[in-house]
Design a protein around this ligand. Structure first.
Ligand code: AMP
Ligand code: GLY
Length: 423
């Protein structure tokens, strides 16, 4: 079987790594991939958003299965287009992907079906939005309606930040058309958990729970990033919280989408805030999380191709999905300056020396003159698995210590919340 993975970050490296372990897979291609993926797959220089070229490539190479990493091509309808051309592809349709593509749609469907989430209001007029915030006060959370590469969410703890955010999103259109509508939300507190689940539109099978670390600096300080690290499983996600999340959130959401004529097939990601044992939705995503995919896929025992086929053939209820009873963590090594402006092209030293049970997933890397260099904000995801979170943390940081590049920075406290809870 020939597989094409769409995307070129750490999540896609983890997908390529896992798919390659399937005895059924003979060849893996990745568009566009990166320097690390290039060691395990054939990289092709096609943008994930160039759907016509991806389709032409899939036809030319007689690809048997395409797996989509990022949200943008899903929101643009890559699944619908591949399917109408008779090409097999894993991910939600454009209509289903709207749960991530439009925050307004996502809030409205949750409200309609009684799925617990933060209270909210929607605005198309900036003066009305500002007046509302001045009346209801801070803290509040402001979200551009459309996709904004993870940057369209602003948590405002003071009025000036809130009003500046309204202007940036709605007037200056810093996120383009994504800012035509604005969602103003109640600010939730608690501990965040990411629940990724496989679904064929009827059956929902959750993966192991994971936790991202969104802020750039230790102790959740500094600006928001795409994610500085993740671990799995998450102690705060107890069996009782898990039961509630399935019964109150994931299963009702998948049913709601079906009832609305938007049957969801693929990976659905619920970003939850857990407080006092009660889960509430922060957001839905329509794909694996990055960096959550790195530890989560490291713990997956079952062949991913078998799961994907069960989803596509609507028989997810008939397959057993197994997880290693272990813990896994991913520490992201980022470029100096990230998430603000950063430089590229720094030579990375110390790669290839890690022990067998450590995976260094590449995110923003490229090859230049035979050397691996930085080419993005998040550069590498050093991922280790161990019998418990404490050993996984020690192994990952020991491996991190061997890697160097100019300006490299990373958080030193990935997984600490889990460690504090289990101790
Ligand atoms: P994103 O993944 O870019 O949509 O970022 C959303 C992030 O913003 C979440 O992971 C939370 O950290 C934060 N967030 C979103 N909505 C809320 C909310 N209602 N209350 C508190 N934090 C929020
Ligand atoms: N790690 C957050 C995301 O993938 O959206």
């Amino acid at each position: 079987m020939k597989v094409l993975v769409v995307g070129g970050g750490g999540r896609e490296h983890a997908l390529v790594w896992k798919l390659r372990q399937s005895p059924r897979v003979t060849e893996v291609y990745c568009a566009p991939g990166n320097a690390g993926i290039a060691r395990e797959a054939t990289c092709v220089n096609i943008s994930p958003e160039d759907i016509p070229s991806l389709m032409a490539f899939a036809r030319e190479k007689a690809i048997n299965l395409t797996v989509v990493g990022p949200e943008a091509p899903l929101a643009a309808g890559i699944v619908d287009e591949f399917q109408s051309a008779g090409l097999k592809i894993f991910g939600p349709s454009r209509a289903a992907a709207e749960v991530e593509g439009s925050k307004v749609f996502s809030k409205e469907i949750m409200a309609k079906y009684g799925i617990p989430t933060a209270g909210y209001a929607v605005f198309t007029d900036s003066a009305e939005a500002s007046a509302y915030i001045q009346k209801t006060g801070v803290p509040c959370v402001l979200k551009a309606d459309g996709l904004a590469a993870g940057k369209g969410v602003i948590i405002a703890n003071d009025m000036e930040t809130a009003l500046d955010a309204v202007r940036s999103i709605m007037v200056d259109r810093d996120f383009g058309e994504a800012g035509a509508r604005l969602v103003v939300e109640e600010c939730l507190t608690g501990e965040e958990v990411s629940i990724l689940a496989f679904t064929d539109g009827d059956t929902v099978v959750p993966m192991v729970s994971s936790q991202d670390h969104k802020r750039a600096l230790d102790n959740d300080e500094g600006p928001n990033t795409g994610g500085m690290g993740a671990y799995a499983p998450v102690p705060v996600y107890t069996p009782e919280v898990a039961r509630r999340a399935m019964e109150e959130i994931l299963i009702p959401m998948v049913r709601a989408l079906k009832a609305e004529g938007r049957t969801y097939r693929g990976v659905i990601y619920a970003g939850l805030m857990v407080a006092g044992g009660e889960p509430k939705v922060l957001e839905f995503n329509v794909r694996f999380g990055d960096p959550e995919a790195q530890p989560v896929l490291s713990l997956l025992e079952t062949d991913l191709v078998d799961i994907i086929e069960a989803v596509l053939e609507n028989r997810l209820d008939r397959i057993e999905i197994k997880w290693k009873p272990q813990a896994s963590i991913c520490v992201v090594l980022a470029s100096g300056g990230y998430p603000a402006a950063y430089r590229k092209g720094k030579v990375i030293y110390g790669l290839g020396e890690e022990p067998e049970d450590i995976m260094v997933f590449h995110a923003g890397t490229a090859e230049k003159d035979g050397k691996v260099v930085t080419s993005g904000g998040r550069v590498l995801g050093v991922t280790a698995t161990g019998p418990d979170i404490s050993e996984a943390i020690d192994k990952a940081y020991a491996a991190v210590g061997k890697i160097k590049f100019d300006g490299m920075h990373y958080r030193r406290d990935i997984g600490r919340k889990a460690l504090d809870r289990v101790q």
